[in-house]
Design a binder for this molecule. Sequence first.
Ligand code: ACO
Length: 328
Amino acid sequence: MGRAAVLTGIGSAVPDRVVTNDAFAARMDTSDEWIRSRTGIRERRLVEPGTATSDLAVLAGSRAMKSAGVADVDAVVLATTTPDHPCPATAPTVASRLGLGAVAAYDVAAVCSGFLYGLASAAGMIALGTAERVLVIAAEAFSTIIDPDDRATAPIFGDGAGAVVLAAGEQSQRGALLGFDLGSDGALADLIIVPAGGSRMKTGASPSDHFFTMRGQAVFKHAVLRMAESSRTVLARTGWPVDAVDWLVGHQANVRILRAVADQLGLPREKAFVNVERFGNTAAASIPIALDDAVAAGLVNPGDRVLLTAFGGGASWGAVTLEWPDPA
Ligand code: ACO
């Protein structure tokens, strides 16, 4: 690895509209008790009709740049499952609306693992010398692909965006991304899928073909297994024993998954940061939203050793390590 990618700023943005579990219980056969006990979720933020992924991405991106104390970057990488349009990518729109000029801008599609794939991609550009500074955003208007009447998915997901600025620096600096592990298994592609709208099936036989479906139990098992495995791999690459980790900031899919990953790693459960209760599963956006939330709450502090890990559609997964940086 050449030059290190150093995290120098972070920001997030969620829609104002809070939707409680009771709002779902009022319109479908579910309950606050079921949703809380199975997922840990109490409420989530959902966009109003007309709000798109880029709207959230611009807000989170500008907050991350402000936190980093910078007015420009050389590239924008946007991880999303819900681009504004099937074509073109959403990142150039975001870059333009942020006033960043003619910078490189592209989307990364790895569903809930997208932020970690985005970090790796941005770190690669920095290592190559293609960019000095990259804005990595993960943003989702996830509710736009959810069937609002499907109790198996509608209460689980939320909308939001998180972003970080990565800058060229030294591996020894706080904030340097230290280790990466990424993986996928396309044989599991049908566990999490929107069947129609792509080149395989342009228009579905029924409207439900255009909505997100998930085989929850199978996803649960693979998520725990792969997040734990990927975490072990990245810890070994970083040279950290498990007990060196101060915070596990995992993809906020389900509090039971986060606890199970901590248990499998032999990490005390209180080291697994959880905010799924307030935001639901925001897919690619969940890790940067959680990180920003944990820092704002005074939990993650400069010098803390942080382990990020995610599992999502594809199937795809990953893990990244870093020591939390000093504020800009
Ligand atoms: N309210 C009430 N009952 C429900 C609801 C609901 N909202 N949803 C499902 N049920 C019912 C089911 O129909 C089933 O009923 P049955 O026993 O009569 O068949 C029962 O509850 C149990 O369903 P399970 O799916 O077995 O419930 P489980 O405990 O597995 O929880 C959940 C479901 C929350 C989806 C869980 O499996 C999970 O979190 N999976 C992982 C999700 C995940 O990690 N996603 C990350 C990737 S997502 C991405 O990449 C975009």
